[in-house]
Design a protein around this ligand. Structure first.
Ligand code: 4AD
Ligand code: MG
Length: 432
């Protein structure tokens, strides 16, 4: 029996006859020989069909195939050093499943809006293929890392009545007779998890009604939010550094083919896999901007160009610690040595990408936290359960959130977050 294999398995079958199910991405022929460019979701490679090897009827069938036709092929796998993939199949038989007409995405350049309108089909192309494979590797690496470090995966709800990251970017929904919001962050629930299980991480979609059209904002994005009881901010930074180093290492080790498709300069990525991320204070970062002649006042939040400038000064991610309390959310713990600052940090990705992680130590004192909730103008009633975590067995604890598409955008070296998620949601895009 001939084995039915995927393109990715081809290297294990050199010289052997195999069967495959494939789609056609492109075709070239010169009379007696035909080159079929094939994909199956695991990789892309070439099938070679010689007129003399098949019946006239089969050769005509091959000639009639259009882009995205689906079919079975039988043939022998050969090495092919000229191709990107390194292997090809010499086809001896072919069985049509469905032919197509007028596939909208040709093998020419299309504008980004056209491609996004056809995202349901565009995902089949090489570039989205490579990005989604890398995304998948990063998902698996995340689960592996946190399992290895003794965390459990803990699911936060999506429907909430609290607003952890401020009330301006909330998606409001009618929830029967009440108001509810789509989750901006699973953090407050992750804190519940930390006191119940020690170390947890959430991984789910989060929502921000971002009115700004930028290359760094989606209205729906995925976040990984680890939360650790008995853990101070400096220890949390150690975990962040190990996690991001591990993510990058896994992609470099396991996604060579995909990084190649994207033309990613892996040497620029490599330092991030080595750890040793600089820990800079907000004050120092401000000074850095001012020394460079940039117009920036202490107390302001960094804009994208400021973060880009800072992150370009380093060959790997950098932490900016101790932001002024006025520009960060209510749940953070003040630095006992400087109550104008929180024990917090953002991690900026290199090559100008800017913030990918935000995190902090959490205020564990009941009275202080209660006052901070009130100062933020939030409704105390909705935070009673959160305050219970400080009433009963409160301990120092810290956590952080990685914006998953931000990390993918950097690792893949994309210029916009919209390519890092299968179906991007932005202020003016809900389709498909
Ligand atoms: O900095 P943020 O707002 O932090 C939190 O939500 C904390 N509760 C996390 C925690 O401590 N558990 O968001 C965290 C990260 C940012 O660093 C950024 O990478 C990403 O989420 N992010 C977005 N990504 C895409 N589109 C948006 N609109 C984003 N807003 C934030
Ligand atoms: Mg942030």
């Amino acid at each position: 029996m001939t084995d039915l294999i995927s393109i990715k398995q081809a290297p294990e079958y050199v010289g052997k006859e195999v069967k495959m199910h494939v789609w056609l991405t492109d075709k070239r022929s010169s009379g007696k020989i035909m080159f079929l460019q094939l994909r199956d979701g695991t990789a892309f490679f070439q099938g070679v069909l010689l007129k003399k090897d098949v019946s006239e009827e089969k050769f005509d069938l091959a000639k009639s195939l259009r882009q995205e036709a689906s079919f079975y092929i039988t043939g022998v796998i050969n090495e092919d050093e000229r191709s990107h993939f390194g292997y090809e199949i010499k086809i001896s038989d072919l069985e049509l499943v469905s032919n197509t007409e007028d596939y909208p995405i040709g093998n020419k350049e299309h504008g980004i809006d056209f491609l996004l309108d056809h995202r349901h089909l565009w995902l089949r192309s090489r570039r989205p293929f490579a990005i989604m494979q890398i995304r998948n590797e990063m998902i698996n690496a995340t689960y592996d890392f946190f399992k290895k470090e003794g965390f459990i995966k803990f699911d936060a709800p999506i429907l909430m009545n609290s607003a952890p990251e401020g009330t301006t970017e909330l998606f409001h929904i009618e929830y029967f007779d009440n108001d509810a919001y789509l989750s901006q962050s699973g953090q407050l629930y992750a804190e519940v998890g930390a006191e119940a299980f020690g170390k947890v991480f959430t991984f789910g979609p989060t929502f921000r009604a971002e009115k700004s059209k930028t290359r760094r904002h989606l209205t729906e994005f995925w976040m990984i939010e680890p939360e650790m009881a008995w853990t101070h901010q400096d220890e949390s930074l150690d975990v962040q550094e190990r996690y991001i180093s591990y993510l990058v290492k896994r992609v470099i080790d396991n996604c060579e083919y995909e990084l190649n498709i994207l033309g990613r300069d892996v040497e620029k990525l490599r330092p991030a896999a080595e750890g040793n991320y600089t820990r800079l204070k907000y004050d120092d970062a401000v000074k850095m901007l001012q020394d460079a002649g940039r117009d920036f006042k202490w107390g302001d939040d960094f804009g994208a160009p400021d973060e880009a400038y800072i992150s370009e000064q380093f060959d790997r991610p950098v932490f900016i610690m101790n932001y002024p309390t006025s520009i960060k959310p209510f749940y953070m713990k003040k630095d006992p040595e400087n109550p104008k600052e929180y024990l917090c940090a953002d991690m900026l990705a290199p090559e100008g990408y800017g913030e990918i992680v935000g995190g902090s130590e959490r205020e564990e004192n009941f009275d202080v936290l209660k006052a901070q909730i009130e100062e933020a103008g939030l409704n105390l009633e909705n935070y009673e359960w959160y305050l219970d975590l400080r009433r009963y067995g409160s301990v120092p604890h810290s956590g952080f959130g990685l914006g998953f598409e931000r990390a993918i955008t950097w690792i893949c070296h994309l210029d916009h977050l919209r390519e890092a998620i299968p179906f991007p949601r932005m202020i003016n895009r809900m389709e498909p």
